[in-house]
Design a protein around this ligand. Structure first.
Ligand code: GLC
Ligand code: MG
Length: 561
């Protein structure tokens, strides 16, 4: 096994240079299971990622965020962790992870891992011990075990609704076979919630952070970060929730957890960052997570949830920049991730906003329109002040896949009674090359008969036109657009962290200046628009027509300072 990277004298230069890297970074999200498969089992793995680091370098990203890569029964795609200090055997070994972190750093790319503190897997040793030890045991104190209501205890302690729909409590069976206590799970029953009032839980997670920081990770993405603390009185959710008054969401006490995590992060060389998955609709309460002694940044889901509409997007930009300013944190810009409908699909729909509750099979989609808008959105978000997230496959313009029901795995689908298609459609393995599935995702097994394993989710035949190989030779492709945009973003000092100034424009356009010399123009109207003064066009998501910017397009202009 390789040595932890932060042994004295071994901190790689990439980790310590540029302490403010996270304020402007472009962070590429790797869904390991679907990125690249090295061993031919149809599932992506860490060696697959290592073999494609050159591709990521060429794309121009600063950091990689890996979805959970730990041992897990995969009841929720790995967000049900059974060992926080190892790698899922299908993905590789701890040594593979250490090599990956090191090799990426050698290319100047940092690694961010996913930490899942709200819950763990029902197969985790702690939960198994809790079930075995029975009611009232110290082992159960790390979770939310509770007797049921009603004379026989057969009613749930509360009627809280799961984030995946349905119940949040499951009844246990006592070691002697009689019906027992209930335990809380805000997600599936395979994901019991931890009790963050328990010192073991806090200590354990602090130790897990150190374990990975010692191995050279540059940051952690904190899953379901607003949910950790529960009201121990277990009240029902009030009809009108006062600020901080929800029994399981965004409680004020949660901030203590991140203050202690920040102290740990700050004790390491190089800036190790905390990035929160904070679904808190109130912009001020959201920004409270980003106070100087808490997290560095959090995912901006407001922008991602809005429809393709100039007034809506402008309102979101203003809202989020204003919310971040008082705490001194940069905003993030996020068009998608492994939980949401791909932008090419979303922006091609009549309702182009995003909400989990509205996902349906068979929603009519104009993919040409969606692709045009996704290209425009790519440049728009890359021009906004702060850091940028790019979910794997969006750089190829992959659409959401409407998979056959029999291959679906996502618990969100099943817990909706089959109404919600779930999140598998944005998790289909990437197409790398060739004209037929698996499009280079998996290698041929050496010495085999030439057959290749089927990818764990099937890829559509139309993806032949969207492979990396096909796009690399097409300057009009999404991949070229992203490569050029990220190159320009890195080169132009005005982009990335900073402020923006809105320039006068028609209300159907988003026109703003960054620094002294870069102007973003996004046309969300229905007619071509004239461009403001400039001396050069840096990049445009659609070719200009007679010097005019077509609808659903973005151009970046250079103007003399
Ligand atoms: C986060 C993850 C999602 C997961 C959930 C429960 O929202 O992004 O994929 O299902 O947390 O861990
Ligand atoms: Mg594999």
């Amino acid at each position: 096994m390789t040595m932890p990277l932060t042994e004295p004298g071994t901190v790689p230069p990439t980790l310590v240079k540029d302490p403010l890297w996270w304020r402007s970074a472009v962070i590429y999200q790797v869904y390991v299971r679907s990125f690249a498969d090295s061993d031919g089992d149809g599932t992506g793995d860490l060696r697959g990622v290592r073999s494609r680091l050159g591709y990521l370098k060429e794309l121009g990203v600063d950091a990689l965020w890996f979805n959970p890569w730990y041992p897990s029964p995969l009841a929720d795609g790995g967000y049900d962790v059974s060992d926080y200090r190892d790698i899922h055997p299908t993905f590789g070994t701890l040594e593979d992870a250490e090599l990956l972190i090191t090799e990426a750093l050698e290319l100047g790319i940092r690694t961010i891992i996913d930490i899942v503190p709200n819950h763990l897997s029902s197969e985790h040793p702690w939960f198994r011990a809790a079930l075995a030890a029975g009611p009232g045991s110290p082992e159960r104190g790390r979770f939310w075990f509770h007797p049921g209501k009603g004379p026989n205890g057969d009613e749930m302690p509360t009627s809280w609704i799961s984030n995946f729909q349905g119940d949040t409590w499951t009844r246990t069976v006592n070691p002697d076979g009689t019906p027992g206590e209930w335990y809380l799970h805000l997600f599936t029953p395979e994901q019991p919630d931890l009790n963050w009032n328990h010192p073991d839980v806090r200590r354990e997670h602090e130790d897990i952070l150190r374990f990975w920081f010692d191995r050279g990770v540059a940051g952690v993405r904190i899953d379901s970060a607003g949910l950790l603390i529960k009201d121990p009185a277990l009240p029902e959710v009030p009809a009108e929730v006062p600020p901080g008054g929800h029994p399981t969401e965004d409680r004020d006490e949660v901030h203590d957890v991140y203050r202690s995590w920040r102290r740990i992060a700050d004790s390491y060389e190089g800036t190790r960052v905390l990035v929160g998955e904070v679904w808190v609709p109130d912009a001020q309460r959201f920004a409270a997570y980003l106070r100087p002694d808490e997290m560095h940044t959090a995912f901006n889901f407001d922008f991602m949830s809005r429809p393709w509409d100039a007034a809506e997007l402008r309102a979101s930009i203003d809202l989020m920049l204003a919310a971040h300013a008082p705490v001194g944190a940069p905003s993030t810009w996020v068009l998608s991730n492994h939980d949401v409908t791909r932008p090419v699909t979303r922006y091609g729909r009549e309702d182009s906003s995003f909400a989990f509750a509205r996902k349906r099979f068979g929603t009519p989609t104009d993919l040409d329109l969606g692709r045009r808008r996704a290209r425009a959105a790519a440049l728009l978000t890359a021009a906004l002040p702060g850091s940028l997230y790019l979910y794997q496959g969006d750089e190829l313009g992959l659409p959401e896949v409407e998979l056959p029901r029999e291959v679906l795995e996502d618990p969100m689908h099943f817990r909706s009674g089959g109404v919600d298609p779930g999140r598998d459609g944005c998790r289909v393995p990437l197409p790398w090359r060739g004209v037929a599935a698996p499009f280079g995702f998996s290698p041929e097994v050496p010495g085999g008969d030439g057959t290749v394993a089927a990818p764990w989710l099937p890829q559509p035949a139309e993806w032949a036109a969207l492979t990396v190989q096909a796009q690399e030779s097409d300057p009009a492709s999404m991949l070229w657009l992203y490569r050029q945009a990220l190159r320009i973003r890195r080169r132009e000092g005005s982009l990335g962290d900073g402020t923006l100034t809105w320039l006068p424009s028609d209300p159907t356009a988003l026109v703003f200046q960054r620094g002294d010399d870069v102007v973003n123009v996004t046309n969300l109207g229905t007619a071509p628009m004239a461009l403001p003064d400039h001396d050069r066009i840096l990049l445009s998501s659609t070719p200009l027509v007679g010097g005019m910017l077509p609808p659903d397009s973005t151009a970046w202009l250079h103007r003399p300072a």
